[in-house]
Ligand binder design. Structure first.
Ligand SMILES: Cc1cc2nc3c(=O)[nH]c(=O)nc-3n(C[C@H](O)[C@H](O)[C@H](O)COP(=O)(O)O)c2cc1C
Length: 181
């Protein structure tokens, strides 16, 4: 797959088959996150791959909201990837303070994109989830108090026949300009 095809093929998948993900593919996904760029090369993340079935189910359940009908699909996915935001080193903290920018969150977003695009290239399906019960997942995975969870990503093989949807996006003129806002 060339990169443009990969961008078109990656989509949020909300129905999974129960096929297990091969260990070699998991290794490649971890490597894709490891190689992601970050401000001052701080790499402010820990990637937790949750594949122990009972624990994985509990993490998936902690992404579901009955009230808003969100993320029920997550329980079907065989793996939950959790990106923990690590404390940035002092150079990043100083830069962030001067620039008034949250570099670690930007970094986590890039790392998540690496993960999801690599997954798509391996024929795997993902969905990034920003809605989750952070307190519960932190407890389940023994994440230290001072840390935040950036994103949870469901991972697995898409259910057979899962369609590739057309992208619903802003018009190119509404989201980009040359030389002037
Ligand atoms: C930071 C972030 C948080 C998201 N949170 C959720 C979520 O909690 N549940 C969900 O079903 N999709 C979630 N999504 C997926 C978006 O809805 C999806 O990326 C968007 O609609 C575009 O569709 P596509 O990913 O299929 O191209 C999230 C995406 C991002 C980048």
């Amino acid at each position: 797959m060339n990169f443009s095809q990969l961008i078109h093929n990656r989509q949020s998948v909300r129905k999974y088959s129960d096929r297990a993900v091969e260990a070699e593919k998991l290794r490649k996904l971890v490597e894709a996150v490891r190689l992601a760029p970050s401000a001052c090369n701080a790499q402010p993340w820990t990637l937790l791959m949750v594949d122990a079935p009972a624990l994985k189910d509990k993490v998936a359940q902690a992404t579901c909201s009955k009230a808003f009908g969100l993320n029920k699909f997550a329980t079907q996915a065989p793996i939950m990837a959790v990106l923990v935001v690590e404390k940035p080193k002092w150079t990043v903290r100083m830069g962030a303070w001067i620039q008034r920018r949250e570099f670690p969150l930007i970094d986590i977003g890039i790392a998540a994109a690496h993960f999801c695009l690599q997954a798509a290239d391996l024929g795997l399906a993902t969905c990034m989830m920003g809605w989750f019960d952070e307190k519960t997942i932190k407890k389940l995975l023994h994440i230290p108090r001072g840390r935040r969870i950036g994103l949870v990503i469901s991972l697995g093989y898409a259910a057979p026949g899962y369609p590739l949807r057309p992208k619903s996006r802003k018009d190119i003129h509404a989201m980009s300009r040359y030389n002037r806002y």
